[in-house]
Design a binder for this molecule. Structure first.
Ligand code: AHR
Length: 847
């Protein structure tokens, strides 16, 4: 290892982790000029945190061991927990910008504690040693490496061979254990500066409108001027606004998917909720009424192996009913028709009939029909029901009319009025509300749902196409159930229906790094011996979407009702994954196969869940290495971040990969969604439009949330069984969605005075031209508590129109319910408008 600095200005640096926050705080530094008195850098700034495994239970750092290699590169190894047989490694040049983490294997089945490293001059090798404790037995092991990627098989060693290189040092009154290094004082100064920079920017980013009255005390309404340089314009993306759809918050089953029966296939399982709810089983949402009938869940001779459970009813006499209450009640509308269907077979007894009813209250029949002569083999039966009343919480009852034993499965009820009248379709009001944004693309099926909770939970598109009874339901990573009824065919169909590009996201051969099932995190990935099959699945997706009906997969699409190709142009590979060697190997395989077989497809890579940090840097490095066409960025940040980061894309390399900002939202403490968050998003989107030559697409996330069933806030559209409740942020998306352009025109807002950044950054403008519609669109955001009298000098734009449409969204920052208001204003080469305090305005001039 490099000898540590001995220059006269060298100081001591102590690297350690604490128990605080349940070991989640990662690596800290303290320093000393005499080795006696120590000062923490921070206090306790976290320089790197463990990214191993699930949130909460994992992502811990125990006993970090820092050392420097022959080339001067720093390495950190640490123990992850007290049970797994792996440890962690990460390297860094400057102790600040850490590279990717890896989790090398220890002795299989034995934990790895107190790892440390020594260097053997003789072998020119690093030797990692660790303690492993199982029951009463503790042993030491060693493994050698020269690159920290490949390690020799671990060997047991004598305890005496361990050097125990850590020291115990008191930091802020607590004894901590770690490693001590001599470093130049300048290095400590940089670490302290890094901490101070973080503190300063966090302070800015945490500004909220709650502090506005003090922050802007004395600020009077301003007179500002907007000038436009008509001659300076650039081409920007025409598909900036799109949709991020993920089955989170009951967005699919019980949400956008119009099926009214919960657990229609009897496939809910305890494992959907990891056993936490004993009622979440195959009979969830079902009940049997009356003593004349009993039920059993069975799996022998199922309808389809992918759908193994069904209900068996033993009927002693008529009078009993099998009841489903839907997703918290079945909403029906007077006079509307509903399609009932089920698979059934008689196991014992006569070919009898079944009454099918929609019921309300004690005994009110809202609709009734009957299925006659159920036969002895699995067969689908269907009927139509017309509701006599509008009721939010009806229930479905099936009343067998003959004694005997019956098997039933896939019991389904759909309104006939689905979106665009599609069978197996979408809830019309929700689908329409989404379509009203005018999205240019729809991303699906996630989010985390795409890469799943552990290897077994990766979303496989092939499981979600074809006959419903043959689709493979699975656990939803958000702790519930996905029936797969809303599957790839339905997603693509919806895209066609609303004129949006489909953007499927497939897992990059690794599950979510935060996985809690089947191992800790993504490490491991799909075993390499199965990767060829997985890559083929991805290639098959292109054939399914775009291939002619003569091809194997194209035929499946055609058979499902869509002989014309879906014209798929994009495939996202990965979802904000941890960028590790495991990821890179698999991502590259998928990418290269797609490039080779389908160079026409734009592959969208992934650069982690943050706007900076290791995954962001490593993801971008990989994108540049592979020359990816586009990467998917994600960041959920406080409004202050959006206010102070409007220059985020200004310096992006125009010749590198393009950006799809696939997930973003402004998050206030407590996660409400209101005018404040919406305006922060609107403000930031003006900067995104300015960078529309780099950022090709954006999608707010998540999209949908069912009231009382949310796992994530805020969302764009809330709903319950009967109502759709768009948020204020939704209207920002809609205003942008209807006012996209294809050319960005240079413009500038002048506040006519010297104001602080806090004022300047709360006013934003973007001027775009929609060449097709010949419209000029001016977007103005005022996040200040005062009005802005704005003079617009737009002679350069050669406006011939004298009137324009103005759409304004304004109110109190805490308002959760607001609608944009539209009026007409007089425009010319020079005109004035007032921007209300806390407002977003769009002036659309049809020229
Ligand atoms: O949008 C909700 C979640 O946020 C997504 O599933 C995931 O990609 C991100 O962390």
């Amino acid at each position: 290892m490099v000898s540590e600095e001995q220059s006269p200005d060298s100081v001591y640096l102590f690297a350690y982790a604490t128990e605080k926050n349940n070991h989640h705080n990662g690596l800290h530094f303290a320093w000393s000029d005499n080795g006696e008195q120590w000062a923490p850098v921070g206090p306790e700034h976290s320089f790197i945190r463990s990214d191993y495994g699930t949130w909460g239970g994992e992502k811990k750092m125990f006993d970090p061991f820092l050392f420097r290699d022959n080339q001067g590169l720093w390495h950190l190894i640490w123990s992850l927990n007290h049970y797994d047989d792996v440890f962690a490694h990460a390297a860094v040049d400057d102790l600040i910008l850490w590279r990717r983490q890896s989790y090398p294997q220890g002795v299989e089945g034995r934990n790895v504690l107190l790892p440390e490293v020594t260097f053997s001059n003789k072998d020119q090798n690093y030797r990692v040693t660790w303690l492993s404790v199982a029951h009463e037995d503790s042993s030491y092991y060693a493994s050698t490496t020269n690159d920290f990627k490949t390690f020799s098989p671990p060997q047991e060693i004598q305890a005496a061979k361990r050097q125990d290189l850590r020291r115990d040092i008191e930091i802020s009154g607590n004894m901590e254990r770690g490693t001590v290094h001599k470093v130049p004082h300048s290095m400590v100064i940089e670490l302290i500066a890094e901490h101070q920079k973080t503190e300063a920017r966090n302070k800015l980013w945490s500004e909220t409108t709650k502090g506005d009255s003090a922050r802007f005390a004395g600020l009077e309404p301003l007179k500002v001027s907007l000038s436009v340089e008509g001659s300076k314009s650039k081409k920007i993306s025409e598909q900036l606004i799109g949709i991020f759809f993920e089955d989170i918050n009951y967005a699919a089953d019980g949400g956008l998917y119009a099926e009214l029966i919960e657990n229609r296939g009897f496939e809910y399982a305890l494992s959907d909720k990891k056993g936490s709810d004993p009622d979440w089983n195959s009979f969830k949402a079902w009940a049997v009424k009356g003593d004349q009938m009993t039920h059993r869940i069975k799996t022998e001779n199922p309808l389809h192996p992918n759908n193994p459970h069904y209900v068996e009813l033993t009927v002693a006499d008529k009078g009993g009913a099998l009841v489903n209450e839907g997703f918290g009640g079945i909403p029906v509308k007077a006079g509307e028709k509903y399609d009932f269907s089920m698979f059934a077979k008689v196991m014992k007894g006569r070919k009898g009939k079944i009454l099918v009813r929609l019921m309300h209250g004690d005994n009110e029949v809202l609709a009734e029909t009957e299925i006659k002569r159920i036969g002895s083999g699995w067969k689908q039966y269907s009927a139509e029901l017309t509701a006599s009343k509008t009721i939010d919480n009806a229930r479905l009852e099936l009343l067998p009319q003959s004694k005997g034993t019956l098997a039933l499965d896939m019991i389904s009820l759909f309104p006939q009025k689905t979106f665009r009248g599609r069978t197996n379709g979408l809830r019309a009001d929700l689908a329409q509300t989404i379509a009203d944004i005018n999205p240019k693309f729809v991303r699906f099926p996630g989010g985390c749902v795409a890469h799943g909770d552990g290897l077994d939970n990766i979303y496989h598109w092939k499981n979600t196409i074809g006959p419903l009874e043959a689709r493979k339901p699975q656990r939803n990573i958000w702790n519930y159930h996905q029936s797969g009824g809303l599957g790839y065919y339905e997603y693509f169909q919806y895209c066609m229906d609303i004129g949006a590009e489909p953007i499927p996201i497939v897992a990059a051969g690794v599950p979510c790094q935060n996985s809690s099932c089947g191992g800790a995190g993504q490490q491991g990935g799909i075993p390499m011996e199965h990767m060829d099959d997985y890559v083929q699945d991805v290639l098959d997706l292109i054939e399914w979407a775009n291939g002619s009906p003569d091809t194997y997969w194209g035929k499946k699409r055609a058979d499902a009702g869509h002989p014309e190709p879906f014209n798929l142009k994009y495939v996202g590979v990965g979802n904000e994954d941890l960028i590790t060697d495991v990821f890179e190997e698999r991502f590259t395989m998928i990418y290269e196969a797609l490039q080779e077989k389908h160079p026409e497809i734009v592959v969208i890579g992934t650069v982690g869940p943050w706007f900076e940090g290791t995954d962001y840097r490593e993801g971008w490095d990989l994108a540049r290495k592979l020359d990816l066409a586009m990467v998917d960025e994600h960041y959920y940040q406080p409004p202050g971040w959006f206010i102070y980061n409007q220059n985020y894309y200004d310096n992006y390399d125009r010749n590198s990969s393009k950006v799809y900002l696939g997930e973003y939202a402004a998050h206030l403490p407590g996660r409400p969604t209101n005018l404040e968050t919406a305006l922060a998003e609107a403000l930031y989107l003006t900067a995104v439009e300015r960078n529309g030559d780099v950022v090709e697409m954006t999608s707010y996330a998540p999209l949908l949330a069912k009231e009382r069933f949310t796992q994530w806030n805020p969302d764009l559209i809330y709903f319950n069984n009967t109502e759709v409740k768009p948020t204020v942020g939704y209207y920002v998306q809609k205003m942008y969605g209807h006012n996209m352009g294809d050319r960005y025109i240079n413009s500038r807002i002048d506040l006519n005075g010297d104001y602080e950044k806090a004022v300047e950054n709360r006013v934003a403008v973007s001027v775009v031209k929609d060449s097709q519609g010949q419209a000029l669109i001016i977007k103005l955001v005022n996040m200040l508590p005062v009005a802005l009298q704005t003079g617009l000098k737009v002679e350069d734009l050669k406006i011939s129109a004298t009137r324009a449409t103005r759409t304004v969204l304004t109110g109190h920052p805490g308002d959760k319910k607001l609608l944009p208001v539209e009026d007409e204003i007089v425009v010319g080469s020079d005109f004035e408008v007032e921007l209300a305090p806390y407002s977003f305005s769009i002036i659309r001039i049809e020229n």
